[in-house]
Design a protein around this ligand. Sequence first.
Ligand code: APR
Length: 241
Amino acid sequence: MRDTVPDLGDLRERLDAARSVTVLTGSGISAESGLPTFRGVGGLWRTHRVEELASPQGFARDPRLVWTWYNERRNAHASVEPSPAHVALAEIEKRVPDFTLATQNVDSLHVRAGSRNVLELHGSLREAKCTRCDARQPLDDVLAMGDAFAHECGGMWRPDIVWFGEALPAGVLAAAFDAARRADLMLVVGTSGIVHPAASLATKRATRAYVVEVNPEETALTAQVDRSIRARASDVLPRLA
Ligand code: APR
């Protein structure tokens, strides 16, 4: 059943008047491209073991299993296209003097849609990094090596992803909180709002912006945003662009 497309009311005016806009996205915006979310029906964490696939311990225990899973996810990312919602955010960015897109997604769909100021809070699947030194290389090159994930320094190649229990890249997180602090308007699209510190960007401790959530369901942030639009990203964002 398609969500009733809501009246956007003053949101267009707020967007036109905004000098500084920050957007926080989660896997729900990529659901519009056909990728599974994490916690929804059919979500990745409903059919996979978080601890074994997205944690340093899981990687240490079975690097081949983890690389197999990320190879599957990378192939899935490459097989879909940015949605109208991803494209709309790239369009909106062109009209806003100070625009920041902080995403929890690692699928590169915002980058592929043309967004420019993208903060990838949880990393991306474009690069691999060494567990021991700070060497990096394109993730596809590691996948091409077959099962040899060893780096010459004695470390191992791993996806450049923030796993559970790991700190987010400090510079990226600081830039995201700076953007939240500057924002007049914040859009929170397609996230359940339960993973921190990303979710805290949308709380009143982090921003004085008027915060609007776009999500077919209630989330952990719904009670504290200024407006929650119960709809899909592609039913709302293209109408703002
Ligand atoms: N449009 C907007 N929102 C949608 C849509 C849609 N078409 N479809 C689903 N959603 C919403 C769901 O209602 C849910 O609130 O997207 C949200 C997805 O939530 P999660 O599956 O928890 O994904 P996310 O919030 O991105 O998870 C955050 O947790 O697993 C870790 O690091 C991983 O980045 C991820 C983080």
